[in-house]
Structures are given as structure tokens and as C-alpha cells.
Ligand binder design. Structure first.
Ligand SMILES: Nc1ncnc2c1ncn2[C@@H]1O[C@H](COP(=O)(O)OP(=O)(O)OP(=O)(O)O)[C@@H](O)[C@H]1O
Length: 575
């Protein structure tokens, strides 16, 4: 179960913030447990009256009234206990989810390479949900399972301590059996956690790539990764079941067999006048309640093990160090000069940018070109600190980008990615992206991005819902123009644009080129170019090969140089 202490501390810390609600819940549950035992006291009193020969109906009536009141109080306190535990649980869930999502936003992109979206979803969704189950239901259950046996055993010890002590025989036997059986359970839990996380990740991959899987006729059954993951999941459950069920069942039987000890020993005591009939009856009734409370505790123990594993996943996300080396400077009235100074960068072992130095003058457009994998996209992404350089510096307006506040850097740069992500929301909100802009500004941006007419042709205009999962689907070109509209609306000095590799048709292509012209007016822009004829007229073309700049200049100069650019251009023209 990983680092048990840390995980428990994490849960306690999260629960602790709602400690007053939790306390009310626990106290209410204990009170409801006490009142829940009232019917047993009534039986005791009635048997006592009957066996003592005093058939006093009026006293019995009083006892019945007391019992009805106790039952009513039991219901009230149960409701109170559950309500408070639920309120506390949902407040904690809300807090953890908000914090976790906030935290994810601050993590370096490297985190998302190491952890799949399935893993992250499992932690924030399922594992956090387990905390709800634990706090809302199991903490009250736990309070009850501890309070009831204590109250009962104290009562029974007072009634007859010798007989009460016999109840410990099945308890000790069952405990010994289960401890022996559950040894090694922790290791199973770690395996279980790993396998469940993998299953989640494969399912999310399958759903994301469903088009591709269909195209290759890969069903869930024939997709080996999915088959393996479900098989592993099935096997781990089989192993856990084999490990726990026989021991659990035996332990439970021993607990249930408490009466086997109470009946003969109690019966003997009764016959030898060591125990009254009323006490004997109460012993018979309460010993079952006493022992079944321990059954519940065992179940809670198993659930707790699962909870701890889940808590570990959430804790690890929350404890991943955020990208916190942002500075304090705000970027006001950006001039728009970008400089790469001897930048070296690697994702893993191999450098993908090597000694990369480049000046991008304000209000100029440069294009990064080069063979696939030469590092163009990487260079563009580094400007927004999606990753941090390993060596060297990137400067904006003469200052290292690490000196700027994160919000300030993001507020002053716009990125147009190739693969455009659409929120499941209206077209309007997809352009606005939470920015503080008026409706007129949104429409103006859409017009400049050559997407306004298309939006108006939709049944609900700007209020049409689009998205990856629901709503109408947009073509690649339409999505690209919405993404350009977002950047136009953002209206910042620095634009990094990953050019789309192919357009669906000539009309779309012309619209996108017009949209880009509007976007790049008076901006400092870096275009990651795949089709060279679209960037022929930019201020400077920078040619990359295996992470190094090998040529730079204007189109004509580069063509005349007869180097890599010339070769790439000719290949492009042939295509
Ligand atoms: N997130 C990542 N993790 C690890 N390696 C990566 C990652 N992104 C890119 N790479 C690797 O870094 C190198 C440069 O990739 P990059 O995407 O910057 O090249 P590119 O010139 O933009 O390529 P393309 O024209 O095909 O888009 C490639 O070898 C690529 O495999």
C-alpha cells in the first residue's frame, strides 16, 4: 500500500479540514448506536418482570414508551450522523478535485508524458470518489462498529463478567485466523492498484483512438493491450479472492459461532444459579450483536486497504512538484523581441535542440522549416514554457522568460496548435475561451478568422454546441479557423503557429491564409512550417536539421544556396 503513513496522513489532513462536521457525525452515530440498543434493554426488563412474577403491565408500558422514544432518537441521530458525514465528504471531494485540477495546470508537460490521461482520470475521479465513500459512510460505520461492542461488553461485564469473557474466545480465534490469512494482502493491493490504473489508461486510449481502431478492424477483443489489461484485472481479482475469501469466511463463521460458547457456558451457569434467566436472554441476544460488529470491522479493514491505495494516487499527483520557478515580472506593453541563446533541450536522453540561437525581431515573422523530427515544434513550444530548456536561455524583450510571471507569459503569447481541441460547448465559448471580451469583439475575431459566415449558417449560430464528444462535428479547416479566431481575439504581440499540414480544399486553404494574414498583422510570429510555399514571403526562414540551425535567410537566398532548403523546396514542388 505504498507509503501507508503518508497516505493515512493525507486522508486525515483532508478530512481534518471538515473536522467539526466529522465530529458531529461521529458523536451522532455513537448516540444512535446507544439508542439502537434500547430494545435489548426492554427485553431484559420485560423478562426480568415476568420471571420475578410481578406481571406489572403499567411498568411494562412505561418501558415500551421509553423504547419508542429511544428508537425515534436512534433514527434522528442516524440521519444527523449521515447528513453531516455526507456534507463533510462532498466538501472534501470538492476541495481535493479543485486543488488537484489546479495543480495539474501547474505541472510541467513532462508529467503528462509519464502519466496517461486514464491514470490521471482514475486518480481524480475514482480514487477521490473512494474518499467520499469512506468519509460519508465508512467513518460513521467505523464509529458504530467501535461504539457498539464497547457499550455491549461493558454492559455484559457488569451483568456477568465471567460469561462476558467467554465472548473473547471466538473473537481471538477469528482474529488469529484472519491475520494469518491477510498477511501479504498489502502487496496484492499494490498490484491491484497498478493493474487497475493500467486498465483505465488502456480504456481511455481505446476510446480516444476509436476511429483508428475501427479502421484497422481492432475490436476491444483483438486489441491486445486491452485484452491483456482486462485479463490482468480478472486475474488479480481471482488472486485476491483466493487469498481472502476462505479465510474471511472461516473467520466469519467463527465469529457467528459465538452462541456455541454462550449457550453451553451460560446454560450451565443458569442451571447452577450463577446467572438469572433475564441476563441469560440478554447475553444470547447481545452476544450476536457484539460479534457481528466485528464482522463489519473486518469488512471496513478491507475497504480501507483499497482506499489507501487510491489515496496514494491522488497524493502523488498533489505532491508532484509544480513548475514553480516562475518569476515576478509582468510583461506590460510587450515589444515582442524573442531571442534563443544557445538553447539545448532534450525530452529524454537525446538532445532535440542543440546550441540553438536565434533572434526574432519585433513585428517580424519567421518560419521554422526542416525535415520531420528536426525540432521545429519543440522550439516553438519552449517559448511558452510548455517545457523548460536544459541549457541556455530564451528571452522576451531582453528578459529570460523564467523571470516572468506564469500568467503574464501566457497572457502575452498565443499558440495555434495543429490539432485543435474543441470544448464541448457553444462555438461562442470555444472562441471566447474564458477571456474577458465583448460579443462584438468575438464576432469581429470570427470575421477576421474567416469563420463568421460558416457560424451564421449553423442552425443556432454562435450558440451551436460543438465538441469532441457531443454537438456538431467540425472539419479540420473549420476547427483551425476557430483556433485562429481565438488567437485573434486574444490579440497579443507574440504568436506561435504550428501550421496545419494539409487543407481539405482550395477554398478552405485560401480562407485560412486570409485568416492568418489578419492574425499576424503587427505581431512577432514564429511559424512552424510544413508546406514551404505558404511561408515563401516571411521575413526570415530558419532551416533546422537534427536540432541544429543549418541555414537561415530569405527564400531567394536559400534557394540559391543549394542546400537543405533548396532540396526541401524541390521535394515540396514535386509533391
Ligand atoms: N513529448 C515528447 N516526448 C519525447 N520526445 C518527443 C516529444 N515531442 C517530440 N519528441 C521528439 O523530439 C524530436 C523533435 O520533435 P518535433 O516535434 O519538435 O519535430 P518537428 O520538426 O516539429 O517534426 P514534425 O515536422 O514531424 O512535426 C523528435 O525526434 C520527436 O520524436
Amino acid at each position: 500500500m505504498g507509503d501507508l503513513k503518508k497516505n493515512v496522513r493525507f486522508i486525515l489532513d483532508k478530512s481534518g479540514r471538515q473536522k467539526y462536521k466529522m465530529l458531529i457525525s461521529v458523536v451522532s452515530t455513537v448516540l444512535s448506536s446507544i439508542f439502537g440498543l434500547a430494545p435489548y434493554a426492554l427485553i431484559y426488563k420485560i423478562v426480568m418482570l415476568l420471571t420475578s412474577g410481578i406481571g406489572d403491565v403499567s411498568r411494562i408500558k412505561v418501558y415500551v414508551y421509553y423504547t419508542i422514544i429511544a428508537i425515534a432518537l436512534n433514527i434522528i441521530f442516524t440521519l444527523l450522523g449521515l447528513s453531516f458525514s455526507h456534507i463533510a465528504a462532498f466538501s472534501i471531494l470538492y476541495e481535493i478535485r479543485m486543488k488537484a485540477l489546479n495543480h495539474l495546470g501547474k505541472l510541467n508537460m513532462g508529467f503528462f508524458r509519464k502519466h496517461t490521461s486514464g491514470e490521471i482520470k482514475k486518480a481524480i475521479d475514482e480514487d477521490v470518489e473512494k474518499l467520499e465513500l469512506f468519509i460519508a459512510h465508512q467513518i460513521p460505520d467505523l464509529a458504530e462498529s467501535i461504539a457498539i461492542p464497547i457499550i455491549i461488553i461493558v454492559y455484559l461485564l457488569i451483568l456477568n463478567w465471567k460469561l462476558a469473557l467467554t465472548l473473547f474466545i471466538p473473537l481471538i480465534l477469528s482474529f488469529a485466523m484472519q491475520t494469518w490469512i491477510y498477511r501479504g494482502y498489502d502487496a496484492y493491493m499494490d498490484d491491484f492498484n497498478r493493474i487497475k490504473t493500467n486498465l483505465n489508461s488502456v480504456i481511455v486510449q481505446y476510446i480516444h483512438g476509436i476511429n483508428l481502431f475501427k479502421a484497422f478492424n481492432l475490436t476491444a477483443k483483438s486489441f491486445k493491450k486491452y485484452r491483456d489489461a482486462t485479463e490482468d484485472y480478472f486475474n488479480i481479482w481471482k488472486r485476491i479472492t483466493h487469498l481472502t475469501v476462505p479465510g474471511y469466511a472461516r473467520g466469519m463463521v467463527v465469529i457467528d459461532s459465538g452462541l456455541l460458547f454462550i449457550i453451553p457456558i451460560g446454560g450451565y451457569m443458569f442451571l447452577t444459579n450463577g446467572l438469572s434467566l433475564s441476563s441469560f436472554v440478554v447475553f444470547l441476544l447481545l452476544s450476536s450483536v457484539f460479534l457481528t460488529s466485528f464482522q463489519k470491522l473486518t469488512e471496513l479493514g478491507a475497504n480501507f486497504a483499497m482506499l489507501i491505495c487510491g489515496a496514494e494516487n491522488v497524493r502523488k499527483i498533489m505532491e508532484t512538484k509544480p513548475q514553480d520557478n516562475f518569476g515576478e515580472i509582468s510583461m506590460a506593453n510587450t515589444y515582442g523581441k524573442i531571442q534563443f541563446e544557445n538553447v539545448n533541450f532534450k525530452y529524454e536522453d537525446e538532445y532535440v535542440l542543440k546550441n540553438f540561437s536565434l533572434n526574432v525581431e519585433p513585428n517580424s515573422t519567421i518560419a521554422l522549416v526542416g525535415p520531420s523530427g528536426s525540432g521545429k515544434t519543440t522550439a516553438g513550444m519552449l517559448v511558452g514554457r510548455f517545457w523548460d530548456v536544459d541549457e541556455g536561455k530564451i528571452l522576451i524583450d531582453g528578459k529570460d522568460i523564467k523571470e516572468y510571471k506564469q500568467e503574464s507569459l501566457m497572457e502575452n503569447t498565443a499558440f495555434v496548435f495543429q490539432d485543435v481541441f474543441m470544448l464541448n460547448d457553444t462555438v461562442y465559448n470555444n472562441i471566447l475561451m474564458g477571456m474577458d471580451r465583448t460579443e462584438e469583439e468575438v464576432i469581429e475575431a470570427a470575421k477576421k478568422a474567416q469563420i463568421h459566415d460558416f457560424i451564421m449558417s449553423l442552425e443556432d449560430g454562435y450558440q451551436t454546441v460543438v465538441g469532441e464528444n457531443t454537438g456538431i462535428k467540425l472539419s479540420g479547416g473549420e476547427k483551425q479557423r476557430i483556433s485562429i479566431a481565438r488567437a485573434i481575439l486574444k490579440d497579443v504581440k507574440i504568436v506561435v503557429l504550428d501550421e496545419v499540414t494539409s487543407y481539405s480544399d482550395i477554398e478552405n486553404e485560401k480562407k485560412i491564409q486570409d485568416a492568418l494574414k489578419n492574425l499576424l498583422k503587427n505581431k512577432t510570429a514564429i511559424i512552424i512550417a510544413h508546406r514551404l510555399y505558404t511561408i515563401k514571403n516571411v521575413d526570415k526562414i530558419v532551416v533546422l536539421d537534427e536540432g541544429r540551425i543549418v541555414e537561415q535567410g530569405k527564400h531567394e537566398d536559400l534557394i540559391n544556396r543549394n542546400g537543405l532548403y533548396n532540396r526541401l523546396w524541390n521535394i515540396g514542388m514535386e509533391g
